[in-house]
Design a protein around this ligand. Structure first.
Ligand code: DAS
Length: 361
């Protein structure tokens, strides 16, 4: 039994018996798994409540990213992941500075050869804004998935763990590439462009007025639609070239409306105002003169609608936008219109160009 071949066979037999070959197989498998980076920013998905019954009373932005990843070990089955704690805040407190910093980090990571996909864990309150902003400013076709949760991990039937697993599975899915920034919530895959938080206390909170793109079930993505508006690699905006956003504010349309809020925002330096109008973005006759005067002073006026849920603001329908030189937000809600207007103003103050941008993104 001293022959070299017999010694090799003995070694192989021992290796099989001790499981080393599966380890080599496992190494080969790991090498095939996508490399996904998880950027944590806070929110309920990192929240903690006092008891399991606290599904709505809790503190957001408590659990650090390493604990978040450790709480869902199954994500290691769908990708090789590593985490970064970018912020630890409730997302209602996001500022333009947070948005720019996060987008620049996403952009930098997307350029790394050892990064195949990026997941951002985020509070749900402004999740749609971040997803929309990344969709228009990060020039990559690699999957970027924004995810949150409606219940903290400490609650009965918490949704964060599966939402996170689904987000990683989607970021690791080759089919997710080139579809722009995605949002995975409640087993659904939404485009960051359309999705909005429509319910404030249920796991099925996120809706897209034109429908979700697909679903992710047991780690597999299933697609039924693809975005048609410009995004990521087809965008004229590049976060690497943007270091500040002009101030744009939003004022709500309602009965008994007054122009005071619009005038105050403009006096405080707003370069544009988003009117979150009733119905088709309509403007009260008591507000129109003030908006026309602000427009004459160079403030860009954008009509959006407070209605949400589908449809879009029609130009020159109930308001003579051409005469007033106003812009319509088309189907974008006020909070997304604020971001697109700010981005447009980094490049132009020409309202015809700004209107084009609203129709293309
Ligand atoms: N305050 C909410 C936020 O951080 C909690 C959440 O729903 O994530 O957006």
């Amino acid at each position: 039994m001293n022959h070299p071949l017999s010694r090799w066979l003995t070694a192989v037999g021992a290796a099989l018996a001790l499981g080393f070959v599966p380890a080599q197989h496992a190494l080969a498998q790991a090498a095939k798994k996508a490399q996904v980076v998880i950027l944590a920013t806070g929110g309920t998905i990192a929240g903690a409540g006092a008891s399991a019954a606290n599904s709505a009373t809790y503190q957001a932005a408590k659990v650090p990213v390493d604990k978040l990843l450790a709480s869902v070990p199954e994500i290691g089955n769908v990708a090789n992941v590593r985490g970064e704690q970018v912020f630890q805040i409730a997302s209602e407190s996001f500022t333009n500075a947070h948005l720019l910093q996060l987008a620049k980090r996403v952009s930098a990571l997307s350029k790394q050869k050892d990064v195949d996909g990026i997941v951002i864990t985020h509070g749900t309150d402004t999740l749609e804004e971040t997803a929309f902003f990344l969709n228009v400013t990060v020039r990559t076709s690699k999957p970027i998935v924004v995810v949150g949760s409606m219940r903290p991990g400490t609650a009965l039937s918490a949704d964060g763990a599966l939402n996170l697993y689904n987000a990683v599975a989607t970021a690791a899915a080759p089919a997710a590439a080139g579809k722009g920034v995605l949002v995975t919530m409640n087993d659904q895959i939404h485009t960051g462009r359309d999705v909005s938080k429509a319910v404030n206390v249920r796991p099925d909170a996120f809706k897209s007025p034109w429908g979700e793109l697909g679903m992710v079930v047991e780690g597999q993505t299933h697609w039924f639609r693809a975005p048609v508006k410009r995004h990521t690699v087809n965008s004229e905006f590049d976060i690497d070239q943007i270091d500040a956003l002009p101030q744009v504010d939003i004022a709500y349309g309602h009965g008994n409306a007054s122009p005071v809020a619009y005038q105050a925002f403009a006096a405080a330096g707003a370069k544009a105002l988003i009117h979150a109008g009733t119905g088709n973005g309509s403007v009260s006759k008591d507000v129109v003169p003030a908006l026309r005067e602000l427009r004459s002073k160079g403030v860009v006026i954008v009509r959006s609608s407070r209605v949400g849920g589908g449809g879009f603001v029609l130009r020159n329908a109930e308001q003579p936008d051409d005469d007033y030189d106003w812009v319509v937000a088309h189907d974008l809600n006020p909070q997304k219109a604020r971001l697109l207007t700010a981005l447009a103003l980094t490049q132009t103050t020409d309202t015809k160009q700004i209107q084009r941008i609203f129709l293309e993104y």
